[in-house]
Design a protein around this ligand. Structure first.
Ligand code: ASP
Length: 302
């Protein structure tokens, strides 16, 4: 398929924006969060600055955070009510709206790579549970021990039966624009603490947690998944971005929508086709990092 007709032929300024989840506790290791999102941004930037694809950049950034035990994705995922790990992830490229997603998957160290393989297979958009594991086997994505995903921190939080207000935080996401003008977005999470087994959140749902259209931009959301699903936040945020003169404003009104119509809390990151970024959250903290050629090093505005 040809690129979108309204895309200008000019080479684009590569840019990446990464988040580490709305709702992180600011008193609980802010430096570690900052270093984590910076490392993920550097991993994605390495791809983009070498002329690589936005899809590879967001996968690389999200994998870095899935491997980081402090974030609620891959290793470090929160536990379900029954003490199990069930992860959601989705990835999308905005030229042809190709996407892949997995939901409620156990025993996969990097669910975002499994979602990527599904995107590449070009047959289904979303696989869940055992079917997702069978697909993983068929495409050579390795299974791991559940124990390798469970951290002491999450075991403690599970034992404390955290109050609902403390159940968010640590979901990860990235949006990138590459030199050829393709925008990709990706999101990965362990979900919410104490969720019922089988629960699927926004991070696995295209249009809710993740969305990208190269002629407009890309978005990755985080926060109260049920509220994000109710207002289809990712897709609506992208169309706010299309209409708004300023991505920061688009991010802000999208979060207002989440709070007022969705009656939930959270945040999101945005990137438009020009490489302009925006982010907003209704929680006290959302780790964010941005990198583009105009910056000497990743900007970490939190
Ligand atoms: N949105 C995620 C979910 O509901 C949680 C989060 O972003 O903290 O699964």
């Amino acid at each position: 398929m040809p690129p979108p007709a309204d895309r200008a032929p000019a080479t684009r300024v590569p840019t990446i924006i990464v988040h580490g989840g709305a709702g992180a506790d600011p008193s609980d290791g802010r430096d570690e969060l900052r270093q984590g999102v910076r490392a993920a941004t550097v991993a994605g930037w390495r791809v983009l600055s070498a002329g690589g694809a936005a899809l590879d950049a967001v996968e690389s950034a999200v994998r870095t955070l899935e491997d980081h035990p402090r974030f609620n994705a891959g290793r470090g995922s929160v536990l379900t009510r029954d003490g199990t790990v069930e992860m959601d992830a989705s990835i999308m490229e905005g030229d042809h709206l190709q996407c892949g997603a997995v939901a409620a998957v156990p025993r996969i160290a990097n669910p975002i790579t499994l979602a990527r393989r599904l995107l590449e297979a070009r047959r289904h958009v979303l696989l869940v549970g055992d079917g997702a594991l069978a697909f993983a086997r068929s495409v050579g994505v390795p299974e791991c021990d559940t124990a390798s995903l469970v951290t002491d921190r999450q075991q403690r939080r599970h034992a404390e039966v955290a109050p609902r207000s403390a159940t968010l935080g640590g979901t990860v996401g990235a949006v990138a624009l590459d030199r050829s003008g393709t925008i990709a977005a990706a999101t990965s999470t362990g979900g919410t603490i104490g969720k019922l087994p089988g629960r699927v959140g926004d991070s696995a749902l295209i249009g809710c947690g993740t969305y990208a259209e190269s002629s407009i931009g890309g978005v990755s959301c985080t926060g109260d998944g049920e509220a994000i699903i109710r207002v289809v936040l990712g897709h609506r945020a992208l169309y706010f971005l299309k209409d708004a003169a300023d991505p920061e404003y688009a991010a802000k009104i999208a979060v207002d929508l989440l709070v007022e119509e969705g009656r939930g809390h959270g945040g999101l990151i945005l990137l438009d086709w020009r490489g302009r970024t925006g982010y907003a959250c209704s929680t006290p903290l959302m780790p964010v990092t941005i990198m583009s050629p105009a910056l000497a090093e990743p900007r970490t505005p939190f």
